[in-house]
Design a protein around this ligand. Sequence first.
Ligand code: AQP
Length: 342
Amino acid sequence: MTAATHTPRVFSGIKPSGGLTLGNYLGAIKRFVDMQGQDYETIYCVVDLHAITVWQDPAELKNATREVAAGFIASGIDPTKSILFNQASVPQHAELGWIFNCVARVGWMNRMTQFKDKAGKNAEKVSLGLYAYPSLMAADILLYHATHVPVGEDQKQHVELTRDIATKFNNDFKCDDFFPMCEPIIEGPATRVMNLRDGSKKMSKSGESDMERINMTDDADTIAKKFKKAKTDPEPLPESLDGLSERPEARNLVNIYAALSDTTNEAVIAEFGGEGWGKFKPALADLAVDKLAPISTEMKRLMDDPAEIDRILLAGADRAQEIAEPILQQTYDIVGLLRPKR
Ligand code: AQP
């Protein structure tokens, strides 16, 4: 099989490790929606197996899984156009993940910056799953022979590792390009949305303070309050983009405005250059409310009917398995694992 024969196929996922943030929306979901209905098959997954690499309250996890699914649908992922499912309902992910644990090298995992950030000084005490996370992520992507992976900047290194795993597997087992070289798609002004209280840190679901992030389900008053209190400096917005280079908090708010309004940072600076925060922050809050309110209203409506979300996820899992199972079966054959047909 040659690269050219791999069907153009998009795969990406989001962990149900807490409520969705504006970072997840701008860095991932909004872009997933943009890629839907173009020249790719699109497969989107709630990656619950990744969520449990750190402790998750079992009573919360199923709800969080449904909420991420609701976030996808409310943002515009159409389950008839894209395949939408949760990872735990397609066991082939974990099966291929194990094979990739045996392909990936410990030295590769040691270089993963996300592991270092998340483990911090506690590396001896974190789960083995957190360490092996990138190998399962490679399985998520390659189980579908996905060719394109839209992600935020923080996931670039993991997609590159996926390519390393594919290359080593293809070389070790002399199977040409059985697994494709997937491309990370990292585009737009908000590929790394930063924490509102500290412009050197990423906005995360699991960050310590709720004030450091905008949740997709925040109401208008909360969004306005969070932007009002967002850390900035005393200077007005600069007249040109260069003036943002040493101002991470200011740059972050400009990036968010540009991404929410589907424009460029240059256009935002052309509109607001020279203005103070007293004008820009309320405009940003209004824009965010305008974009997020219809999504959060729809998320709430969907969450009132969890059985319907489960039905959508199950139908998606069936479609996902139709693609995944033959690829996993071929992988077993290539590796030499005996798996007689029932
Ligand atoms: N701040 C961000 N800016 C841009 N993109 C982001 N993404 C996450 N945060 C930002 C992108 O969202 C997708 C799903 O990410 P994930 O939830 O699976 O994992 P994560 O990157 O670890 O997200 P969080 O919010 O930081 O979760 P926690 O706190 O639980 O670890 C990815 O494409 C990611 O790049």
